[in-house]
Design a protein around this ligand. Sequence first.
Ligand SMILES: Cc1cc2nc3c(=O)[nH]c(=O)nc-3n(C[C@H](O)[C@H](O)[C@H](O)COP(=O)(O)OP(=O)(O)OC[C@H]3O[C@@H](n4cnc5c(N)ncnc54)[C@H](O)[C@@H]3O)c2cc1C
Length: 317
Amino acid sequence: MTKNLVLIDHDGNKVAKSAAELATFAKRAGNAIGLLLANSGSGDSLAAQLNGTEFERVLIVENDEINRHGIAAATAAIAQIIEKEGAESIFIASSARGKEIAGRLAVRLKSGIITDAVDVASDLSTTQSVFGGSFSVKAKLKTPLSIITVRPSSIEPVISTSNPTIEKVTVAIDAKDKLVEISASQPPVKGGRPDLTEAKIVISGGRGTNGNFAEVEAFADLVGGAVGASRAATDAGWYPHTHQVGQTGKTVSPQLYVACGISGAIQHRAGMQTSKTIVAINKDPEAPIFDLADFGVVGDLFAVLPQAREAIKSKRS
Ligand SMILES: Cc1cc2nc3c(=O)[nH]c(=O)nc-3n(C[C@H](O)[C@H](O)[C@H](O)COP(=O)(O)OP(=O)(O)OC[C@H]3O[C@@H](n4cnc5c(N)ncnc54)[C@H](O)[C@@H]3O)c2cc1C
């Protein structure tokens, strides 16, 4: 059985949704072993959130130095666990931090690396969507260790009836991995909506909103989705740049992406075309977004979205 480690993302209190997704990919390839880097005293409550995932074991490293000394210290800790466990792969969520850790691990352990996979097969071969999604690449690493970062929401996690075994493990961080000292850090202020890159549903608005995102937001709230925006909307100052989807914005891969008043320029598609189901609402029947959409509604978003909300509400009641 291939031994697959998964680096579990968390914010100190809550485990990220990507953990269960990566467990499902790891399990597909063999054993799924979670690795939780936590501050002293916080490992058990984080690990408890992994009950019902496909992890067989969860290794907890409680070491305050990892948080204090940043990514170099985290990389050192992960490398030690990979070697101790004799792991053949490690799965990491494709965030900026995840990709930096993966890159550093690859250098340190002289291993190959694949980033931004959207699928991983049982033999650890991967699928990536590149060049704005115009090519799909299949690749497999030849090194004994496979370091793979996977985009969030690439798979629906399998729910398990068993709970993982929890094991506390220790690591030693050398002075050379403690050259950075983090003096203060502040978590981002979050609203009530899910994170754009982790959301299962994303509702995005473009120039067609004419600066009025009220309908887009109301629909997102009804379905528990995140709000995205095209660059035309963020450049106009209608929505924050942190919500921009596309080549120069965020890459999202939700189960459902609803594009409202967005034409479907190649740079926008680059950030959303791996979404599982794409719905487009656009006044122009010739808009290129309809070439990509699974479902299209030709109409004014200010008429379509309220009707869609009413229809969903009446179905629910
Ligand atoms: C280097 C580079 C990087 C870029 N990066 C990005 C990026 O990361 N993300 C991104 O999005 N773009 C990016 N762009 C810009 C991109 O090329 C497009 O200009 C942009 O995506 C257009 O946004 P839009 O679809 O909202 O606007 P438009 O192309 O103007 O389309 C608006 C659409 O709304 C429809 N519409 C109008 N009113 C309504 C209504 N009431 N109801 C329904 N439909 C309506 C119209 O029919 C039209 O199809 C980049 C461009 C460059 C050159």
